[in-house]
Design a protein around this ligand. Structure first.
Ligand code: FES
Length: 362
């Protein structure tokens, strides 16, 4: 199975370029490109990220995995080449995508990986190139790119080539401003089919929720919907949120708008904005205090209570939880007037103070 696809070397790369061009054309024809608020810095990050990933990082990793495999486990070279294409493709895609799910999730839960993945979430509008904006080192560590090299070494070149095409179609489609799924939810006989579709592959609605700025809108879940090609991992591991709606605001709360060299080359280059997470010496301090805060609300008023203990606007979330395993709690005020909100994060009835702070040595 190590013959190139249809006998054409690098056919998958040409097809992926074609998919990008197709979505670029759709976005242009829909008027999104001319109305885009994207800056030169955004374009440099996205187009540059795409070029470096496609023509340098990926070929380098695939080559290294191939050479490493030949040196360490030569007997396995080509060992799966007799497996028929369809089962090989399914196995390749499932392994690839579950690896990427966990890497992506860790990119939100661990501080260093978050700083590498953060440029992806600084995009304030979606687009065909957005999936390529991460720090360069994020790609070097990406396990599923290494899996591409291993799968080719094992003899699965055709499965890899077809898999890459299918996967890029889903990923670029879920990042594009052309929300292909949106009109389908409203068609009575297609809507049930879409229920099945969205529970298998990642749709624009599912992925836009991941890019939403804040959970306060009831649609967004930046700390969920981590799937790349398949949404099944989010359902299996408890991080899925299906609403079929699209967030109004995308991007990061309190985004310091780092320049692109810092965003792309972090940690080699750091931000010149002292308030930025990727500035030299920046520390996310623990901001919990024992005493609760009295806050004024209207009954039912929505707010995000900080769960991580790092917000600089306690007791409310200010987005500082990125890079931790916590996410805020979306609350509705239980009545009008002053309510005591917990600041020690020990309460058993969040977000309200239950006097747990009086029973701790903290
Ligand atoms: S800042 Fe968002 S949960 Fe703490």
């Amino acid at each position: 199975m190590n013959e190139p696809l249809l006998g054409i070397e690098n056919l998958d790369s040409y097809v992926v370029l074609g998919i990008l061009a197709l979505f670029c054309l759709f976005e242009s024809a829909s008027g999104y490109l001319s109305a885009s608020r994207r800056t030169a810095s955004d374009w440099i990050q996205e187009a540059g990220g795409f070029a470096v990933l496609s023509f340098l990082v990926k070929p380098m990793i695939v080559f290294a995995a191939f050479i490493g495999g030949k040196a360490l486990i030569p007997s396995l070279h080509g060992s799966v080449s007799s497996i028929p294409l369809i089962p090989a493709l399914i196995v390749y895609l499932l392994v690839d995508d579950v690896l990427q799910y966990w890497y992506h999730r860790f990119g939100h839960e661990y501080d260093f990986l978050w700083k590498l993945h953060r440029p992806h979430h600084q995009a304030e509008e979606m687009g065909f190139f957005v999936s390529y904006r991460n720090a360069g080192i994020y790609y070097l560590l990406m396990p599923n790119i290494w899996w591409v090299g291993i799968a080719i070494f094992l003899g699965g070149l055709q499965a890899v080539a077809i898999g890459l095409i299918l996967k890029q179609f889903v990923i670029i489609g879920s990042h594009s401003r052309v929300r292909w799924d949106e009109p389908l939810y409203g068609v009575a006989f297609i809507s049930p089919i879409m229920t099945v579709v969205e529970r298998i592959i990642v749709t624009p609605a599912f992925h836009y929720a991941h890019h939403g700025k804040s959970m306060i809108d009831g649609v967004s879940d930046p700390n969920g919907n981590y799937g790349n090609m398949f949404s099944i991992w989010d359902q299996l591991f408890g991080t899925a949120k299906f609403t079929r709606r699209f967030p109004v605001e995308l991007g990061l709360v309190n985004d310091p708008k780092d320049n692109w060299p810092a965003a792309y080359f972090y940690p080699l280059i750091t931000s010149d904005k002292p308030e930025s997470e990727i500035a030299r010496g920046f520390v996310k301090a623990d901001t919990t205090v024992l005493e609760p805060t009295d806050c004024e609300f209207e009954a039912g008023e929505a707010f995000l209570w900080c769960r991580c203990g790092k917000s600089r606007n306690q007791p409310f979330c200010d987005g500082s939880h990125h890079g931790t395993k916590f996410k805020p709690v979306l609350c509705g005020a239980k009545r009008s007037g002053k309510l005591k909100l917990c600041n020690c994060k020990l309460t058993k009835s969040p977000p309200y103070c239950d006097n747990s702070h009086t029973r701790t040595d903290k």
